[in-house]
Ligand binder design. Sequence first.
Ligand SMILES: [Zn+2]
Length: 249
Amino acid sequence: MVLWNKAALLKQLWAFYFKQDKLWVRWVHAYYINRGAIDTVTINSNTSWLLRKILDSRELLRDICGWEEVSNTQKFSIKKAYNHLQEGFDRVSWRRLICNNQATPKSKFILWMALLNRLATTDRISKWKRDCNTLCKLCGVQEESVQHLFFECEYSKSIWNAVLQYIELSPVNTAVGELRRVVQKARSKRSKDKLFVMLYTESLYAIWLQRNSKHSKDSILSPHAVIKEVIFKVACNCNENDRCRLLLV
Ligand SMILES: [Zn+2]
């Protein structure tokens, strides 16, 4: 979002450079730039906050190697500028899993945290809190990690396997394998694949909520109740055709 905002500011700067025929651009030229060049206009105490921000983005011009790549004389592309500004970042293989996903925002956030391994699972907490019990909050048998919690724990496994059965797929049985499959399906436009991505995301979120409930209130829903909740949520959030498909399977 920060980069997108910078790209949008560049669009305003571009409007100054190319004297776009707009009233506010003419006004800025008449009162601030005053027949000077945009490159040499100095920012002083009279410059408004907004104009200062736009003029500050002159430095970004270097990063995107001038206007050529992002605009023509008629049009500026925020999208192209954003892509240029982003070039220094690595693209993660699962980016479509977050973007092409109709699941609820909260569940997508938890999925994103899980993918970055930033959830407060006990294997991570024990790194800064010595006396922390590292056993899984759900089964109390094995060490809790993202991989164990969502795909290896018996409780989670029973939920995920039932969800897979519901859409007539068989389990892959490893967290990495499931991730690879869901990333691949996130690229697809097929209705069944979209449902799979949503079910994956909502299941992860539901398991995370149950894990937290067990930890803080010592209460947990049965896998059957969790599955019903997951399917209900997906049915509420998908479009009508997908919903029919979900309820038919
Ligand atoms: Zn467990």
